[in-house]
Design a protein around this ligand. Structure first.
Ligand SMILES: CC(C)(COP(=O)(O)OP(=O)(O)OC[C@H]1O[C@@H](n2cnc3c(N)ncnc32)[C@H](O)[C@@H]1OP(=O)(O)O)[C@@H](O)C(=O)NCCC(=O)NCCS
Length: 211
């Protein structure tokens, strides 16, 4: 996987900065952040943060969706592809990607993350710092596996899922599209309906109460 010469990063939230950090570690030298809330002359180090981008994409550059929110990231991917611009795929040099694993465009594999052999990670995903997606897992498009979360082998995690920091999905489970697993939770059975699940073992939240 060749690193782009330069990178446009959509958004300037926390995740956008983590994306830049991975790209810098890969040797990318030029950055622009686009964020509609950019302040005048705002920068990240020496790199400009601008509210919009009217120019063509410079040769050799690509574009990365960098919202931490799954739905926003999917809209960002659509915006990029509608312009005919290439989506970046960024894998930190400290991450490990196993034999036969596949990683979709617009996806970030963060520092010290691990994607096991024959795993498949979809489009516009985040496998964040220190997260583990083990062998033969299937991670749906626009899903975020947060920092230090672990998805054990042969799990199927749907699209638009959010697997919270430090949470665990035990091996072989299926998580429906749109499942949020709270920080520190442990999914020990299939989660068959979209919604927010917390605790050990994970239980569905209804409003502020547990189901
Ligand atoms: C589960 C989660 C989505 C719920 O968010 P929310 O709907 O805004 O919930 P609130 O913060 O209003 O909390 C509601 C109740 O659930 C409890 N709660 C919230 N998150 C919890 C969690 N992960 N585990 C256990 N209990 C939790 C709160 O203590 C609160 O309880 P109370 O009503 O008795 O005071 C969120 O807390 C969470 O865990 N997000 C993951 C964040 C994360 O991992 N970020 C990493 C980015 S890399």
């Amino acid at each position: 996987m060749n690193s782009p010469l330069g990178l446009i990063i959509l958004g300037f939230g926390g995740h956008a900065r983590a994306v830049a950090d991975v790209a810098m570690a890969l040797g990318v030298k030029h950055f622009r952040f686009i964020d509609s809330n950019a302040r005048q002359n705002e920068t990240f180090g020496v790199f400009p943060v601008v509210p919009r981008w009217e120019e063509d994409l410079p040769d050799g550059w690509s574009v990365m969706p960098a919202s931490g929110d799954c739905l926003n990231r999917s809209s960002q991917c659509e915006w990029i592809l509608n312009r005919g611009w290439p989506l970046a795929t960024l894998v930190s040099p400290t991450a490990t990607v196993g034999f036969g694993a596949s990683i979709g465009p617009g996806t970030l594999i963060g520092h010290h993350a691990h994607v096991g052999p024959m795993a498949s990670v979809g489009v516009g995903c985040i496998i964040n710092t220190g997260a583990i997606v083990e062998h033969e897992c299937d991670i749906g498009d626009f899903t975020h596996v947060s920092i230090n979360a672990g998805v054990a082998g042969r799990c199927h995690v749907g699209r638009f899922c959010f697997i919270g920091a430090g949470s665990t999905v035990i091996d072989g489970l299926c998580l429906h599209d749109g499942v949020t697993l709270g920080a520190g939770a442990c999914a020990h059975r299939n989660l068959d309906t979209p919604g927010v699940y917390i605790g050990v073992p994970a239980k569905k939240m209804t409003g502020k109460a547990l189901d």
